[in-house]
Design a protein around this ligand. Structure first.
Ligand code: M6R
Length: 612
């Protein structure tokens, strides 16, 4: 996690850094800091959000046209002023910002301490900046860039770094291994950032740095080489992102804006992927690999958090309609547990950011084992997207709220299209059913729109439950992952303890939690599980639990049993996840709001989890 930004050119650097850090704040908000090169390297840093740094810096000298900035998600060392980035080397020759983890920092630190280097912070980053200074001071090292490369060759771990050197003040040095870095190319100026969002209002020409590369940036020159000092391969691309995407518009929070964007983001995601005759699904990024997918022995889907929930929906869909065995795994488990993978396997990584460290590492491991690897990512050009043999982008647009909403429905949209297409290719469904599914998908945006119209009612219901201590979410079939997702939304932004369960599991333990204080959210649809869900509701009612039911419009049976209802339009069960999740997103949002929580930036979290 952590966001880093840098600029070299003729513009006043401080506003560029601050605005860039605000855009990157979703990556972490434990502390923020900047360093400005102007006859010396001036560092200002502060615990808390970027706004706190701004207040702190208000009366300071921030003149200069070269600088770097950082917003932190703490890994090594508590979030305080000292551990905030940028970090300065002992003799003040170097200042550095870092995103990632130096895994062998303890050994490196020990070696440096033996050499008389004194440390001020608890961070792994301070080790790296001192290592660079140590090499810079050795005979035969003739430049900051050389010292950076030598230091990096000693490092194990992940980093995106930007370095300033006091004696080479007109230069910025950046390097990447595992943590993303984008270079923006302007006229006589360069930008650096963890993603393109701080760059887009200045230039749309960017280079996504590759792992193992080092960039040396001056006002009028850019050199890219490898850590081993060979020329690096790179490509200048155009970013497809507008500043409008980064605004809250008329909404109070990004999360609310993103929930309300879903009718559009779902249709943006299927647009161009359903042919004009509405009788076929065309996923351009998979055209070259469908043969292998159809022949696959099994499909393994990996992801984390919300992306893992989307994967579970896919497991149900693919197994039911395409009849291919599917395994869904947490990427963090998969990468370490020595799974059996071979050439007949397809591994699909799902990730909004495309940068999640565990998912990326799991994918690389699967690739090494000979699997065909595919990606479903939202961020174009992200590390996971670039690693895969094929894939499909979700066109959800930039998601800034830390709680994922529109990315989930976009992922489920892509996975549903994938499952239907595969089912048809394998001739497990006939053309008529295929076309019915396509029609159901095309109807989803209008139906989501109608769910959103009920937001005042959802807000009223949220008021009743805002002071709950615990909550249980239950669902079956396709709606079991929706129950998990609803519970995750509530816990991550309102800090209410919430558990998602397969409704049939309730009697094996969670039912012990039920009393007259416990809200139990039951996600239902008119599907094969309906009668079973009704029985589960009865079991909760018998123990005086409060039922909040997500039901299909006109479902009078459940209307009479539930204390509160979220109604959704009728749809085929195969697409019901896309509708039933929406009231749960709004429910969590309103509860968090009423509890005074920071909805867009919940405590302890960051949007892009680029560390293990
Ligand atoms: O970017 P990714 O989809 O790989 O992120 C995975 C999770 O970190 C993410 O879904 C997280 O669980 C969200 N905060 C959930 O709202």
């Amino acid at each position: 996690m952590c966001g880093i930004v840098g600029y070299i050119g003729d513009k006043n650097v401080y506003p560029i850094l601050i605005k860039g850090l605000q855009r990157l704040e979703y990556r972490g908000y434990d502390s923020a800091g900047v360093c400005i090169a102007n006859t010396g390297l001036k560092v200002y840093k502060q615990k808390g959000k970027v706004s706190e740094l701004e207040s702190f810096v208000a009366s300071k000298d921030v003149h200069g046209t070269i600088g770097i900035g950082h917003t932190r998600w703490a890994t090594h060392g508590e979030p305080n002023n000292t551990n905030a980035h940028p970090h300065t080397s002992m003799n003040g020759s170097f200042v550095l910002v870092h995103n990632g983890i130096i895994e062998n920092y303890a050994k490196l630190k020990n070696d440096l301490v033996q050499k008389g280097i004194v440390f001020q912070t608890d961070t792994d980053t301070e080790v790296l900046v001192n290592l660079i200074e140590y090499y810079y001071e050795q005979d035969g090292i003739d430049s900051a860039e050389m010292a950076v490369r030598i230091a990096l060759s000693k490092v194990v771990g992940a980093y995106g770094i930007v370095v300033l050197c006091r004696k080479e003040e007109n230069k910025m040095i950046a390097a990447r291994m595992g943590s993303p870095l984008v270079i923006g190319i302007g006229q006589g100026e360069y930008f650096l950032a963890s993603d393109a969002s701080p760059i887009i209002e200045y230039t749309d020409s960017v280079i996504y740095m590759n792992d193992g590369d080092v960039a040396i940036l001056e006002k009028h020159s850019l050199t890219l080489k490898t850590v081993e000092n060979s020329p690096a391969n790179f490509e200048v691309t155009k970013v497809d992102l507008s500043i409008g995407d980064l605004d809250k518009g008329d909404f109070e929070h990004y999360m609310l804006k993103e929930i309300f964007e879903q009718p559009k983001t779902i249709s943006d995601t299927y647009r161009g992927r359903i042919n004009p005759q509405k009788d076929d699904i065309v996923l351009g990024g998979l055209i070259d690999v469908w043969d292998k997918i159809v022949e696959a022995r099994r499909i393994i889907i990996i992801g984390c958090g919300t992306s893992w929930h989307a994967a579970l929906v896919a497991e149900y869909l693919i197994e039911e309609y395409a009849r291919v065995p599917v395994e869904v795994e947490y990427a963090s488990e998969f990468r370490y547990r020595k799974p059996i993978i071979d050439k007949g396997d397809i591994v699909i990584a799902i990730s909004q950011s495309g940068e999640t460290a565990d998912t990326l590492a799991a994918l690389k491991m699967a690739k090494q084992n000979g699997a065909l690897i595919l990606g479903i990512c939202n961020v174009v050009g992200s590390s996971i997207a670039r690693e895969t043999d094929g894939g499909v982008y979700t066109h959800a647009g930039t998601e800034i709220g830390v709680a994922s909403t529109k990315a989930f429905t976009a992922q489920v949209t892509v996975l549903t299209l994938f499952a239907f297409k595969l089912a048809r290719l394998k001739e497990n469904i006939d053309q008529e059913t295929y076309q019915l599914f396509i029609k159901e998908m095309l109807a989803i945006p209008d139906k989501v729109e109608s769910v959103l119209l009920a937001h005042p009612k959802i807000k009223e219901i949220a008021k009743k439950y805002k002071d709950s201590v615990n909550a249980l979410y239950l669902g079956r079939g396709y709606l079991f992952p929706v129950a998990l997702e609803g519970a995750l939304k509530l816990k991550e932004i309102s800090y209410i303890h919430a558990e998602g369960y397969a409704a049939g599991e309730m009697k094996h333990g969670p039912i012990a939690l039920v009393d007259d204080n416990l809200p139990v959210v039951v996600v239902s649809a008119k599907d094969n599980y309906y009668e079973k869900v009704v029985s589960n509701i009865q079991e909760v009612k018998a123990r005086k639990g409060n039922i909040i039911a997500v039901v299909t419009e006109g479902d009078n049976g459940l209307r009479n049993m539930a204390d509160d209802l979220f109604e959704i339009p009728e749809s085929h069960p195969a697409v019901a996840a896309l509708l039933t999740v929406v009231p749960l997103q709004l429910f969590a949002y309103y509860i968090a709001l009423m509890r005074g929580c920071d909805v867009d930036q919940p405590r302890n979290l960051a949007k892009s989890v680029t560390v293990e």
